[in-house]
Every structure is written in structure tokens, then in C-alpha cells.
Design a binder for this molecule. Structure first.
Ligand SMILES: Nc1nc2c(c(=O)[nH]1)N[C@H]1C(S)=C(S)[C@@H](COP(=O)(O)O)O[C@H]1N2
Ligand SMILES: [Mo]
Length: 239
């Protein structure tokens, strides 16, 4: 992006602190959020979801395809495995057919990226994360951590967040199997939080007391990424 760095990014820490003090406590989130959002948009690529003529649609409502590695990995459904481990009574090692054999759960929510774009009423179908945790006999640990087979992205939720109704291991997006670009064959969908919590190309789920962790969180974003109540943004909630 060509946007010049904001003053608070160019000045020394002392200058930044003075600026924040001048603006008052309430402005800290907004200022920090703006700088961070610029950083996120510059790291990710300009890929779109490939919808033909998407740019000609009257709304700007389309997914941007994000990948921090610069490429789109892929495991075909036949080769796909999802492991659930850590503090569990029994390890799960599930294939795509195992996930498909479970009663599907669907939900429809807006999807919002912390950089500002939002897609209304997106339907997701998959398996409730809570059901997989129960099946594995997850201990009452503090966190659930997620890793991606892209080899780089990772995320975490508190156990309480992970057990919410609106957190899925998603298999379908708008009634069709998740594409490679959207993180198939299975990704996380954390409906009430900003998109960066919804890890793509899901490979492993770990129940642990160690955390929290997260790729973007390590770069300054909020762990508790509620839409409209974090990262200095006041978007309408998605749930
Ligand atoms: N593995 C992985 N998962 C990821 C990301 C990523 O770069 N890599 N980007 C996140 C961000 S910031 C958003 S907004 C959503 C975007 O989902 P989409 O690429 O399907 O539109 O994926 C999230 N999950
Ligand atoms: Mo995002």
C-alpha cells in the first residue's frame, strides 16, 4: 500500500506515548488499530475468491482470499486428516469421511475481517468444535490451540470460547465444499470474532493450558477478537 505511515508509527516511543496521552486513553485502541490494520493489508495478497465479475457487483461484499505464506496449500479430501490431541482422554485422528459422517450443523452469519471488509449472511456447514472436544474427552484445560497445514498459521481460543454454539469446523461454504482458497477441506469458523480467528487449512486441534497464541495476535491483534468490541473497531456484531 502507498498510504504513508501514520505519525505514531514514525515517531519514537516517547513521541508516541505523548501523542496517545494527548488523545486520551479512549483513543489508544483506535490509533493502534489503524496502524495494525495497515500492516495486515500490506502483508496479505490481493487475491480475490475468483467469483467471476465479482468487481462488477453493486456491493463490495466479497471475500478476500488471505494466506500469510504467499501460497495456497492443498490436501485433497482423500488425504486429509484432522488430529485432536493434547489433554484429551483419547486422541482423534479423523478423515474427511469421518467428519462428513457426523450430523451437519449449519449457521448463517456476517463474516468480517479486521481490515474492514464484511460479507453478509454467509452460510457455513460443518461439525461443532464442542462435539469433537467432547468426543475426545477434552480436559477442562484453559485453551484450545489450532494449527494449519500451511505450516505457519496458528490460533487459539479459550475453552469457554471453543465450546460456543457458533464455533465450527467448517466443511461447506454456501452449500458447497470449501475450496482450496477458502481453506478446505476443513477450516475453523469462529462466527462472533474477526476473520483472523477462523484458521484455514485446519490440521490439528490441541487441548492445553499453554496459551493464548495466534499468528496475528503475535503481531498486535486481540486474542479476544469479538467483532465490534476489540481491535479499536466498532463494527456491528456478527452474532
Ligand atoms: N491459514 C490461514 N488462515 C487464515 C488466514 C491466513 O492467512 N492463513 N487469514 C485469516 C484472515 S485475516 C481472514 S479475514 C480469513 C479470510 O478468509 P478467506 O481467505 O476464506 O476469505 O481467514 C483467516 N484464516
Ligand atoms: Mo482478516
Amino acid at each position: 500500500m502507498t498510504t504513508p505511515a501514520a505519525p505514531e508509527e514514525r515517531t519514537a516511543p516517547v513521541g508516541r506515548r505523548a501523542l496517545l496521552a494527548a488523545l486520551g486513553l479512549g483513543a489508544i485502541g483506535v490509533v493502534a488499530g489503524a496502524g495494525l490494520q495497515r500492516r495486515l493489508s500490506s502483508v496479505i495478497g490481493p487475491l480475490t475468491d475468483g467469483t467471476p465479475f465479482a468487481d462488477l457487483l453493486p456491493t463490495n461484499e466479497r471475500f478476500r482470499i488471505y494466506t500469510v505464506t504467499g501460497s495456497l496449500p492443498w490436501r485433497p479430501p482423500e488425504a486429509y486428516r484432522l488430529r485432536v490431541g493434547g489433554q484429551v482422554e483419547r486422541l482423534l485422528d479423523l478423515g474427511y469421511a469421518d467428519l462428513r459422517a457426523r450430523p451437519p450443523v449449519s449457521l448463517t452469519r456476517d463474516f468480517q475481517c479486521v481490515t474492514g471488509w464484511r460479507v453478509s449472511d454467509v452460510e457455513w456447514t460443518g461439525v461443532r468444535l464442542r462435539d469433537l472436544l467432547d468426543e475426545a474427552g477434552a480436559a477442562d484445560a484453559a485453551f484450545v490451540r489450532f494449527s494449519s497445514y500451511d505450516g505457519a498459521y496458528h490460533e487459539s481460543l479459550t475453552m469457554e470460547q471453543a465450546r460456543r454454539d457458533d464455533v465450527l469446523v467448517a466443511l461447506d461454504l454456501r452449500g458447497k465444499p470449501l475450496t482450496r482458497a477458502h481453506g478446505g477441506p476443513a477450516r475453523l469458523l469462529v462466527a462472533p470474532m474477526y476473520g483472523y480467528k477462523s484458521l484455514k487449512w485446519l490440521e490439528a486441534i490441541e487441548v492445553t493450558d499453554e496459551g493464548p497464541t495466534g499468528y496475528w495476535e503475535e503481531r498486535g491483534y486481540a486474542h479476544d477478537a469479538w467483532v465490534g468490541r476489540s481491535n479499536g473497531r466498532n463494527d456491528p456484531p456478527t452474532s
